[in-house]
Design a protein around this ligand. Structure first.
Ligand SMILES: CC(C)[C@H](C(=O)O)[C@@H](O)C(=O)O
Ligand code: SF4
Length: 467
């Protein structure tokens, strides 16, 4: 057959059997776990007296609840201490590889697996975390699962799932300077909606995607879930192989050549059949900023906040809720909106290339008076590499705080929280009400370079004017 997508090929290769329900029992090659969604799953396993079937296929780290300022144990937050101890105990008991803080390999789960070469093309990857879609950047089928499914994977290394449809999203042409993968995905979600991808896997392609490095592709796939798609992927190519070669868990020597041949064969066939296809022009994408309370409420930085009549009928009620919560008016430019907090980090945009782009903007400038700006590297490795190439020094000279790795203010389960109505410019992926730790806090999503531009300006500006 020469009409299959990568999704079809990887799905079929991992199908154990078709269940009487019509669902597929799918083998999961790599299982990632973190401190928040695993304790209950292990508890359920113990209740039923089940072992972990393939402990070598699960990898753990701590990210969500870990503090980014003071890592001395016990942590100041007793809940953080308890949850992390629980993970430590479970990993030790079941013989699961665990990248704890201080190991040199800890970080946000979706940052550490790719950087160690654990994430590879053609794999099925699951994690009790919605942003597992990130790993699709490598041509893997990777998706988030709930806690009872974490139990299922621990016990059986399989999941029962319904097969998804595949939508091909093509972005052709060249992105302008100052426009990044983050802008592309915010633009896609703006156009297709936060529920537009329900029931689909998104396959991203086209010349603008092919021109992206792996870290940008990860940013893109990361937010597939914010567009409603369970997973997103990019077909593996020379960029993928170059990124992987020599990483800790990448195949070596003869096995490498074999793996590359296999990976190449998995890419969607030229005449693959898709359930849907959407095409975008890269040249039309501007630095994009959200103004509302879902990642789909975004506009180009030089646009005005849409009035209800500019929006499809189905979006108007939510828009009203957003104006009120965000304290922004329809018709108002987003440019010039004052910011209180600037956060650079997360599994969307906490990798080295993100920090480099933000540092380019911060270099030689100063964080505006009254603004709190901080950088949270996505992993210990990212942190170390950034320090080695002088990024920490650039940020600190500009007045940014430089922190320890973790999820931090992406969801504020640790002490990094907004206060009251503070408005944050954030490189993360969710702007839901109360997402960043204050029930009335406000979040504007954007690229890390745009966050840095906001930090040094004290307000939303167009990063293209600071390049
Ligand atoms: C805590 C976890 C379950 C959650 C997720 O699944 O995405 C978190 O990572 C998030 O980003 O909201
Ligand atoms: S960085 Fe944010 S989105 Fe990513 S896993 Fe952590 S909390 Fe979830």
């Amino acid at each position: 057959m020469s009409e299959r997508t990568l999704f079809d090929k990887v799905w079929d290769a991992h199908t154990v059997r078709i269940l009487p329900s019509g669902q597929t029992q799918l083998f999961i090659g790599l299982h990632l776990i973190h401190e928040v969604t695993s304790p209950q799953a292990f508890a359920m396993l113990r209740e039923r007296n089940l072992p972990v079937l393939f402990p070598e296929r699960t990898v753990a780290t701590v990210d969500h609840i870990i503090p980014t300022d003071n890592l001395a144990r016990p942590f100041a937050d007793p809940l953080a201490e308890e949850m992390i101890q629980e993970l430590e105990r479970n990993c030790q008991h079941y013989g699961i590889r665990f990248y704890n803080s201080g190991s040199g390999r800890q970080g946000v789960v979706h940052v550490i697996a790719p950087e160690q070469g654990l994430t590879q093309p053609g794999m099925t990857i699951a994690c009790g975390d919605s942003h597992t879609s990130t790993h699709g950047a490598f041509g893997a089928i990777a998706f988030g699962i709930g806690t009872s499914q974490v139990r299922d994977v621990l016990a059986s290394q399989t999941l029962s799932l319904a097969k998804l449809k595949v939508r091909r999203i093509e972005v052709n042409g060249r992105l302008s300077p100052g426009v990044y993968a983050k802008d592309v995905i915010l633009h896609i979600i703006r156009k297709l909606g936060v529920k537009g991808g329900v029931g689909y896997a998104y396959e991203y392609g086209g010349s603008a995607i092919e021109a992206m490095g792996m870290e940008e592709r990860m940013t893109l796939c990361n937010m597939s879930i914010e567009g409603g798609a369970r997973c997103g992927y990019v077909n593996p190519d020379a960029v993928t192989f170059e990124y992987l070669q020599g990483r800790d868990f990448a195949p070596q020597d003869a096995a490498w050549e074999e793996a590359v041949a296999w990976w190449k064969s998995l890419a969607s066939d030229r005449d693959a059949v898709y359930d849907d296809r959407v095409v975008f022009d890269a040249a039309e994408i501007a630095p994009t900023v959200t103004w509302g309370i879902t990642p789909g409420q975004g506009i180009g930085v030089d646009e005005r906040i849409p009035a209800p009549e500019d929006l499809p009928e189905s979006e108007r009620v939510l828009a009203q809720e957003a104006y009120a919560y965000m304290d922004l008016e329809p018709g108002q430019p987003i440019l010039g909106t004052p910011v209180d907090v600037c956060f650079i980090g997360s599994c969307t945009n906490g990798r080295l290339s993100d920090l480099r782009e933000a540092a380019r903007i911060a270099k030689g400038r100063r964080v505006a008076a009254g603004v709190k700006a901080f950088v949270v590297p996505g992993s210990e490795r990212v942190k170390q590499e950034a320090e080695q190439e002088g990024l920490q020094a650039i940020f600190e000279a500009a007045g940014f705080e430089w922190r320890e790795p973790g999820c931090s203010m992406c969801l504020a389960m640790n002490p990094d929280k907004l206060v009251g109505r503070q408005l944050s410019a954030s490189s993360s992926n969710r702007n839901f009400k109360g997402r960043q730790g204050s029930a009335s806090g406000r979040t504007l999503l954007m690229s890390p370079a745009m966050v840095a531009a906001a930090a040094v300006s004290g307000k939303i500006v167009d990063v293209r004017t600071l390049l």
